[in-house]
Design a protein around this ligand. Structure first.
Ligand code: UD1
Length: 342
């Protein structure tokens, strides 16, 4: 019997890539999204890549408890992967209530509706932001979480706690997995799905590709006086398809009854630190172009350096990041050209 996975927020950047990988791994997928921060581009791309014109889509806002309940009661769902959330750090500082209400309500509604309807496997999309500025790098899952630097980051921590508490309270019936993503970048090799930021991008790679294509005049590199080799911040950039495959491994672990704890936590990263300047240089080299950039003051709230120790995910999920940063940056550029040509 094929298992069915609900992907909440499945029309977005990460959700669409995860949907493709789940389908290719043989799962039935139901996509649900309120389309508040995306259009149909990626959903249409998913259908094209997978050849699944009949892929089920539900326009659902998970803040609406009745709508969440309806979706779970009308479909047999074996596992849910929850992405549906706001994710802009700066916006969350300006509109904290909007972030707390949306990100917490929607997740609680998902957990409640899932449990009520016999779906006992919940995967939550968390972030390395929960580690704040770590005292030691790379970070393992045991590295203490720090106070969040933004309401967005705080919602990730709170959602982690909510799921862990619900798993504990269920007496063993509910299973949870928290995946802590490092910096997801790139696009599907088909260039049919990718990141589609609205307005001015906050994240580095969409800003790079938009500058390269001429949509933005100049990339600002925030800070070149950090205590790193070249003075710019270091991150763990993880290819979006690699990241998506980690979800397939995690879902399989849950559905195949392989979990060793009620709630398991995994870092999803490469273990390879790359500075902002190294990333820019790699982008120029692999795509054979020059990028207009300048050094600018530090961005408030940025951590100096963080990267993952992904060995737990490597061992327990049987998952490993495989794509080089060069190939990923090539895919990001192919995607930018694809959307510019539409
Ligand atoms: C941020 C969030 C993280 C979230 C992730 C989504 C925090 C502190 N960070 O990570 O939670 O999961 O986005 O991908 O909550 N940079 C520039 N110029 C730019 C844009 C970025 O120099 O125009 C630099 C930044 O200073 C940083 C690096 O590029 O050093 C990466 O930035 P970004 O892509 O925004 O990701 P993070 O801040 O690491």
């Amino acid at each position: 019997m094929k298992k069915t996975v609900l992907v909440s927020g499945g029309a977005g950047f990460i959700g669409s890539h995860v949907t493709v990988e789940l389908i290719e791994a043989g799962y039935d997928v139901i996509v649900a999204d309120n389309m508040s921060n995306c259009d149909r581009t990626c959903f249409e791309g998913v259908k094209k890549i997978t050849g699944r014109e009949d892929l089920p889509f539900h326009l659902v806002d998970f803040c609406d408890a009745a709508a969440a309940e309806k979706l779970f009661s009308e479909n047999k769902i074996d596992a849910v992967i929850h992405f549906a959330a706001f994710k802009a750090v700066g916006e969350s500082v300006d509109k904290p209530l909007m972030y707390y209400r949306n990100n917490l309500d929607s997740f609680m509604n998902v957990i409640e509706a899932a449990q009520k309807n016999g779906c006992t496997n919940i995967l939550f999309s968390s972030s390395a932001t929960v580690y704040g500025e770590p005292d030691v790098v790379p970070v393992t899952e045991q590295t203490p979480r720090k106070d969040a630097t933004s309401p967005y980051g705080n919602t990730k921590k709170m959602c982690e706690d909510i799921l862990q508490d619900c798993v504990k309270a269920s007496g063993g019936s509910l299973k949870g997995i928290l995946l802590r993503y490092f910096n997801p970048i790139g696009a599907h090799p088909s260039a049919l799905i990718g990141e589609l930021p609205r307005g001015i991008p906050n994240n580095l790679v969409p800003f790079i590709t938009q500058t390269a294509i001429g949509k933005r005049e100049c990339l600002s590199i925030f800070g070149n006086d950090y205590p790193t080799e070249d003075g710019t911040c270091k991150r763990d950039y993880i290819d979006i398809v690699d990241l998506a495959r980690a979800h397939v491994c995690a879902v399989a672990r849950m559905l195949d009854g392989k979990m060793e704890q009620g709630c398991e936590i995994y870092n999803i990263g490469t273990g390879r630190p790359v500075s902002v300047l190294e990333l820019v240089n790699a982008f120029e080299k692999v795509n054979g172009l020059k990028l207009n950039y300048r050094f600018a003051p530090r961005r408030p709230g940025d951590v100096v350096a963080i990267w993952a120790d992904p060995s737990l995910a490597n061992e327990k999920l049987g998952w490993k990041a495989t794509r080089s940063v060069e190939d990923t940056l090539k895919s990001a550029w192919e995607w930018e050209k694809h959307i510019a040509g539409r």
